[in-house]
Design a protein around this ligand. Structure first.
Ligand code: CUA
Length: 337
């Protein structure tokens, strides 16, 4: 190969290998469900590759042999024909055995996946919205039910049950490092059991085209040791803290006077909208707008000032705020840890 061609080839291979690791890869499993699926992917791929190579050899062999001079194509050799029939019959038999074997493997893998959630310690209802994820941590005690958005904290090493549904169109929930994908369907509840073996952050992505901002519908699973998870949950159950500065206080007043309250809820204040993400502890999240922006004062301001420029088609309207008002609201929101 010439040098530019080999460099391009090496780059392509590198690019492909990038998909084999990282915080969003089905080939880099970090939990039992993903481990089972990764094993299946590799086994199916290897077996199918072997079958493909054998089929190609079987196709090429007669072509090579037929090209020998002196062959008489119409002369039938009955013994050779019988041999060929036996070869074809064996190949059909082997194909059937392989297909039945793969079906059985899938069946038993499904049973393993189903067993993960049999002792789930936590149930989280995940509702798909265009284009973000609403999370509701269920609890028998109503005051301990938590509603938050698109960052799913779970205790590491413990099975968690996710109840998946949608309010608008079909979405698909996929955290490749932890589990297979499953659809969120309006009016229907799907169940997905996950477990992260170790603490870590795993990225997920809506995997079903659901409209203009489908690509910006990310989510994160943050697996933490049990004490850290419990502390997080208790923090999140608290109402929003009081504004810490005069500017933040002005922002809080402004927030309650503007249409923000029609869609967003902030616990402990009269803001009780439920059609958009809960903002009670928005500043404790690592991202904004379902993984579109990292959390920072600048990004908060940019998102409020120009949501349609950042996420065109999103249902976040442009707020009519002057510079001082925008700064005040951002000061308030960035204090909501
Ligand atoms: Cu939601 Cu794609």
């Amino acid at each position: 190969m010439k040098r530019p061609a080999s460099v391009a080839f090496a780059l392509c291979v590198l690019l492909l290998l990038q998909g084999c690791a990282g915080w969003q890869s089905a080939l880099d499993p970090k939990g039992p469900a993903a481990g089972e699926l990764a094993w299946l992917i590799w086994f199916f791929t290897a077996l199918c590759a072997v079958v493909w190579v054998l089929v190609m050899i079987a196709l090429a062999a007669p072509l090579v042999m037929r090209s020998r001079p002196g062959d008489e194509p119409l002369l039938l050799d009955e013994a050779a024909e019988r041999r060929k029939m036996r070869v074809v019959a064996s190949a059909v038999g082997l194909t059937a055995i392989i297909l039945i074997g793969l079906t059985l493997l899938s069946f038993f893998a499904n049973r393993t996946l189903a067993a993960i959630g049999s002792e789930a310690v936590l149930t989280i209802r995940v509702t798909g919205h265009q284009w973000w994820w609403e999370l509701r941590y269920e609890d028998a005690t109503p005051s301990r039910i938590l509603t938050t958005a698109y960052e799913i904290h779970i205790p590491a090493g413990e099975p968690v049950r996710l109840l998946l549904t949608s309010t608008d169109v079909i979405h698909s929930f996929w955290i490749p490092s932890l589990a297979g994908k499953l659809d969120l369907i309006p009016g229907h509840m799907n169940v997905l059991d996950i477990k992260a073996d170790k603490p870590g952050v795993y990225r997920g992505q809506c995997a079903e085209f659901c409209g203009a901002q489908h690509a910006n519908m990310g989510t994160f699973i943050i697996a933490e040791p049990r004490p850290k998870f419990d502390a997080w949950l208790n923090d999140q159950l608290q109402p929003a803290g009081a504004p810490a500065s005069g500017e933040a206080k002005a922002g809080a007043d402004l927030f309650l006077k503007r249409p923000c309250v029609m869609c967003h809820r902030i616990g402990g204040t009269p803001a009780g909208g439920t059609v958009a993400p809960d903002l009670t502890h928005i500043a404790s999240r690592k991202t904004l707008a379902a993984g579109t922006l990292t959390m920072s004062r600048g990004n908060l301001a940019a998102w409020i000032a120009d949501p349609q420029g950042i996420k065109p088609g999103s249902h976040m309207p442009v707020a009519d705020l002057n510079g001082d008002e925008l700064n005040a609201i951002v000061a308030y929101l960035e204090g909501l840890k």
